[in-house]
Design a binder for this molecule. Structure first.
Ligand SMILES: O=C(O)CCC(=O)C(=O)O
Ligand SMILES: [Fe+2]
Length: 481
């Protein structure tokens, strides 16, 4: 099965992929690596969004229509071992780069148009027309899928859904969130009292793009309090997203007129975060202030264009409110911003958020298995994967993070979890895939192809055993740039 799929991807090859070393295990934590893992492509290409969208939700979500994708990445992660001190993992230096770049994640409600299912021009005795324009999506066409099934052509299934927005309510222990908020409150309590902490703020204004007031959390907060914040974010990033570092944490407040116009933070890292310290969101004395993230349907507009249907704000952007202690994680490649705040000029009544990016996705082991001992098995086991994936470089972009459980007694992989999946197929993949389809073997939906290749290769690896017989865990990010 693997060789069949491998030759299939060979058919799709249009670009050359550069492999980053796969033997990078437990690298120096202070080194910034945006894309660590396995695949990096030389050229950046326009993103085409998958038509499926979903949202992961931990806790209560209001004001959003969300689908809960239980069982998806990030919901079933174990506790880190005691030796994995979060503070030891932090990324040290402050970047002078402003907010232009950032990680992000995806969310959301699929309010976009539905996939066309009629007028496909495909019927059973006609075969498939590989010359169709890229807006034809055969993999979402029930007629196509049914025809393939009737011909007993295997249809690869996706093994996990893409997720571009993740919402975690009640992220910090309540006391920590209140303590952070308390520092801010106290320093603004009496505008007539002057003290050094009043002067820590930067009014950041980039005409027509950003207007907000920001500071760096590490400078602003007392050390112990800051450390608990950083530890919570680092622990989350590592356990839920396979990211071993965060960017310096910004804190920004938004009063009347503050805004972030649409932008994309592609270079900063695979996931962005926004942790709200905004008080009383539901009784707030301003309008706006939600994170707005463009919807998949807009990024894929012509595929589902409907001449008789108008669209309004709610079908174009997802608005994520910022109630107190909500952590929103999103895919920063999606155009996004912050809706302009209108109303209060009092910082204590405005929007207050901590924000930044989860960075350094990289392979790491937890447990007794020594990475140096495992390296040979890992690199050997993944070699066929790189061969297979090289063929689709340029046709898919995003981050896939997998975690495998390794038996200490047998060395075999006993479980595989998908921690995160932001893979999207880029334009023209349909045509290339349809050409391959004419070979009559498999329905090569690229996301599904990647999932299956990764699954098959990862679970076939036999690692060295360990004397104690205890199990280990390997977290492995794969980045398609
Ligand atoms: O505050 C937000 O909701 C988004 C922040 C953001 O996009 C950024 O800082 O780049
Ligand atoms: Fe951003």
């Amino acid at each position: 099965m693997l060789s069949q799929k491998t030759s299939l991807v060979g058919r799709l090859q249009t670009h050359f992929a550069t492999k980053l070393p796969t033997g990078v295990l437990l690298p120096a934590r202070s080194i910034h690596k945006r894309y660590v893992g396995s695949l990096a492509k030389r050229r950046r290409r326009q993103v085409e969004e998958d038509t499926r969208q979903d949202v992961r939700v931990n806790g209560q979500v209001s004001e959003l229509s969300l689908k809960n994708s239980a069982g998806q990445a990030g919901q079933d992660l174990g506790v880190l071992p005691p030796n994995a001190s979060a503070s030891a993992r932090k990324t040290a230096s402050y970047s002078t780069t402003p907010l232009l770049d950032g990680p992000a994640t995806a969310v959301i409600d699929a309010a976009g148009p539905t996939t066309r299912t009629d007028d496909l021009g495909v019927d059973e005795d006609e075969g498939f027309d590989a010359t169709r324009t890229p807006d034809w999506d055969p993999w979402n066409d029930p007629k196509v899928v049914e025809a393939l099934r009737q011909q007993e052509i295997p249809v690869l299934e996706e093994l996990t859904s893409s997720t571009h927005i993740i919402i975690n309510d009640g992220f910090l222990p309540e006391a920590d969130a209140r303590a952070l908020r308390g520092v801010f409150e106290r320093r603004f309590a009496d505008p007539r009292v002057i003290h050094p902490e009043r002067f820590l703020w930067d009014y950041w204004h980039v005409p027509d793009q950003y207007t907000l007031v920001r500071t760096q959390a590490q400078v602003y907060f007392p050390e112990e309090l800051y450390q608990s914040l950083e530890d919570a974010l680092l622990t989350y990033g590592e356990s839920q997203l396979g990211c071993r570092a965060i960017s310096p944490i910004w804190m920004s407040y938004y009063v009347d007129g503050c805004v972030q116009e649409l932008h994309c933070d592609n270079p900063h890292g695979p996931f962005a975060f926004v942790l709200s310290l905004t008080q009383d969101w539901d009784q707030r004395e301003f309008t706006g202030g939600e994170t707005m993230i463009m919807q998949q349907g807009v990024l894929n507009y012509w595929r589902s264009y409907e001449p008789r249907k108008g669209l309004e704000m709610q079908q174009l952007v997802t608005r994520v409110p910022a109630p107190f202690n909500r952590l929103t994680v999103f895919d920063p490649r999606f155009p996004h911003g912050v809706r302009q705040v209108h109303g209060t000029r009092d910082p204590r009544k405005g929007r207050l958020v901590l924000h930044g990016w989860f960075t350094e996705p990289m392979p790491f082991f937890q447990g007794p298995l020594d990475p140096a001992d495992a390296e040979e098995a890992l690199n050997g086991g993944l070699a066929p994967l790189w061969d297979a994936l090289e063929g689709i470089s340029g046709l898919i972009t995003g981050t896939l993070i997998v975690r495998v459980h390794i038996s200490g007694r047998s060395g075999s992989v006993t479980d595989l979890q998908w921690l995160a999946d932001t893979l999207v197929e880029v334009p023209n993949h349909d045509r290339a895939a349809a050409e391959a389809l004419l070979e009559g073997r498999v329905l090569p939906r690229l996301r599904a192809l990647v999932h299956n290749e990764v699954h098959d290769c990862m679970t076939a690896i036999i690692f060295p055993t360990v004397p104690s017989g205890e199990d280990s865990v390997l977290t492995y990010p794969i980045i398609f740039e």
